[in-house]
Design a protein around this ligand. Structure first.
Ligand code: TRP
Length: 471
């Protein structure tokens, strides 16, 4: 089969997980782009600053970086290795490596988590579409009431649900078209563009009056703020941002060629994703303090409100804000799309490989389920009061799903994946797969130690802390 011109699993009759050859990414760079496209998304620009604000700023940043290095990166390599070795979706991968065991439940958990995460992810991504139009129409001159503008988008049932639907349909359409054609193409434009624009906006943010207080909140840790719940939030956020813990990277890894180097790919994706999140913090916190807002009171709308308040400060007003703002939201929309694709791809690959669905039917079925599931999240930012502040919980419904499925479920999933790789499949077999390209496994001993001991123990401690907090 011609491996360069056909889409990955682009048709129902294409390579499946159970039989013959499976297509691979066009090149190693193509794979890294796609995996980075999955990782970099709303989690970096929206999730990271929001969670950091609620967890003490600089204290959180420190713990977050620790979680990325010691837990995130090793689990990233584990997922990619499982994927490339089995060439299957998560459920099929666990079945292939541990036949007849209950490990496939971990794969199933991943499929479910993917659909639930997609449901609220699409709502936030819908706001970015609305903001493309808002910025283009010059809605953010100096002094604009950005809180009221956010309320007019997210608080309107029609607007919120319509944009959520538009985003979901686009996601489904790309997944139906096949993974590689869609993702590689978009990500090549997105990655450099987003990085450059982010740096320009950071340059503006850190030179605002009052930026110093924001930088100190973000970079100058108050160690007394580091509590068990900060660890849980940091680990959860790290997995969310790196697309780990539910098999997305198993699925993407299943398309990597045996000739490519897994270690450097995993590291490149991890470093790039983390850099974007750290820059997003450098953008949001100085602006937030400049605008005189309270970081600890931040909800799902914070980043939208804060970011757009920066636009009026970009010279020459109001054109500077219009140009930079619209470019930013276009890039954020594409970043969200290359991530949502991977959320839908996990379940789609499962239904195609294991249940013999056509790709089209699988993507539409799961996409429609995620759309319906997302409606309460779309109504949870002002449109419906009890969803905006859940009785007995106090959180809005979207934040609740983000916490439970976007963070806790991924922490649990990552625990199982690390235990499975280290102790069931075994680090020796995994190491052989890593070495399949050139016989080398740089950092092999370090990885073995981290995945065997550090990852499982750290995650178990984090979870014990969660259970204690709940009872
Ligand atoms: N990592 C993406 C982001 O930061 C979201 C995402 C895509 C994801 N695929 C995932 C999160 C799989 C967890 C698991 O926006």
């Amino acid at each position: 089969m011609d491996q360069t011109s056909s889409d990955v699993k682009g048709s129902a009759s294409g390579p499946g997980g159970t039989g013959g050859a499976r297509d691979t990414w066009g090149s190693k760079a193509g794979f890294i782009l796609a995996a980075a496209g999955s990782a970099v998304g709303l989690g970096n620009i929206w999730g990271f600053p929001t969670v950091a604000a609620q967890n003490g700023g600089a204290a959180f940043l420190l713990v977050y970086l620790g979680c990325v290095i010691f837990i995130g990166a090793p689990v990233m390599l584990a997922e990619l290795t499982i994927g490339r070795h089995t060439q299957r979706n998560p459920v099929g991968a666990f079945r292939a490596l541990a036949p007849g065991r209950s490990w496939i439940a971990v794969g199933a958990l991943g499929v479910i988590a993917g659909v639930v995460i997609l449901s609220f992810y699409s709502v936030i991504a819908g706001w970015t579409i609305a903001y493309i139009f808002k910025t283009l129409s010059g809605a953010f001159p100096p002094g604009a009431d950005t809180t009221a503008i956010f309320a007019s988008v997210a608080g309107s049932p029609t607007a919120a649900i319509t944009y959520h639907m538009i985003f979901m349909v686009i996601t489904i359409a790309v997944v139906v078209g096949g993974v590689r054609g869609g993702i590689e193409r978009w990500t090549k434009v997105l990655m450099p563009g987003l990085a450059v624009l982010l740096l320009l906006l950071v340059a503006r943010a850190v030179t605002l009056s009052g930026a110093g207080a924001g930088l100190s909140f973000y970079l100058n840790p108050d160690f007394s703020q580091i509590t068990g719940s900060v660890f849980l939030a940091a680990a959860g956020q790290a997995f969310f941002s790196l697309s780990l813990g539910m098999g997305a990277m198993i699925t993407y890894g299943s398309y990597i060629s045996k000739k490519d180097d897994l270690v450097s790919s995993a590291l490149a994706v991890t470093v790039f994703d983390t850099a974007i999140a750290v820059f997003a913090g450098l953008l949001i916190f100085p602006t937030l303090f400049h605008a005189g807002m309270d970081p600890t009171a931040s909800g799902p709308g914070m980043v939208f409100v804060v970011l757009t308040s920066l636009l009026g400060t970009i010279p020459p007003a109001p054109w500077g804000g219009t140009v930079f703002g619209s470019m930013f939201f276009v890039l954020l929309f594409i970043a969200a799309l290359t991530s949502s694709i991977s959320l839908l791809e996990v379940g789609t690959a499962y239904l195609v490989d294991e249940k013999k669905f056509t790709r089209k039917k699988a993507a539409w079925l799961l996409g429609v389920v995620a759309f319906v599931l997302g409606i309460p999240s779309a109504l949870a930012n002002g449109a419906v009061p009890w969803l905006t502040s859940l009785p007995g919980i106090g959180m809005d419904f979207l934040s609740f799903l983000f916490t439970v499925f976007g963070q806790y479920a991924l922490v649990v999933g990552a625990l199982f994946i690390s235990v499975f790789t280290a102790w069931i499949w075994g680090t020796k077999a995994a190491g052989d797969e890593v070495r399949a390209n050139d016989g080398r496994f740089p950092l092999g001993r370090t990885w073995t130690f981290l995945i065997r001991f550090v990852c499982p123990i750290a995650i178990v401690l984090i979870l014990i802390n969660l259970i204690q907090a709940l009872i």
